[in-house]
Ligand binder design. Structure first.
Ligand code: S3P
Length: 178
């Protein structure tokens, strides 16, 4: 069926759901953050600190270009970093790569989850978590929606229910939004 691309805000569970889906369907899984860390040989935190955000954003675009032009992970699940859909070019590349699913969660549930994984995320540093999440989410929401072929609203759903929705999408049982 091709690639499934999972997008969404930090803490939405993209990578977790991506891993579960790939295991259930015996598909390869790629997380763009992990792939960039592998290529660069250092953590996202270090990339931001030593080379800057722009460098990281260019690495994200470069990786998407490579994936859309190559057959790599052609039948597979890809989870992208929370800032990937911000660039218009990235949104186009994501949609060319495969079926894009927005793993949507409310600001409240994101904040709850992000309180734990705050330190490895440079975008959450140097300010009040609640304010950062509110500002970034409202800035990015339109980008997530415009990149998405499908949206899964995860608030109020159990994990297995989100996975079931993803399975339906993978099996072409749901009609895309646009
Ligand atoms: C970012 C999200 C992170 C990572 C980087 C920047 C963002 O990925 O790409 O820290 O700008 O939202 P996750 O969404 O997987 O945490």
């Amino acid at each position: 069926m091709g690639r499934i691309i999972l997008e969404g805000f930090m803490g939405s569970g993209k990578s977790t759901y991506g891993r579960i889906l790939s295991k259930e369907f015996l598909l390869p899984f790629l997380d763009t953050d992990e792939e960039i860390e592998r290529i660069e040989g250092c953590s996202i935190n270090e990339i931001f600190k030593e080379k800057g955000e722009e460098y990281f954003r260019n690495a994200e675009t470069g990786l998407l270009e490579e994936l859309s032009a190559s057959g790599r992970f052609k039948d597979g699940v890809i989870s992208v970093g929370g800032g990937m859909p911000v660039r218009e070019k990235n949104r186009e590349l994501m949609r060319m790569c495969g079926s894009v699913v927005y793993i949507k969660a409310s600001a409240e549930s994101l904040k709850e989850r992000l309180r734990r994984g705050k330190d490895k995320r440079p975008m959450l540093k140097g300010g009040d978590l609640d304010n950062i999440v509110d500002a970034l989410l409202s800035e990015r929401e339109d980008s997530y929606i415009s990149a998405a072929h499908y949206v899964i609203e995860t608030d109020g759903l159990e994990m297995y229910q989100v996975v079931n929705e993803l399975k339906q999408i993978y099996n072409n049982r749901r009609k895309p939004l646009n």
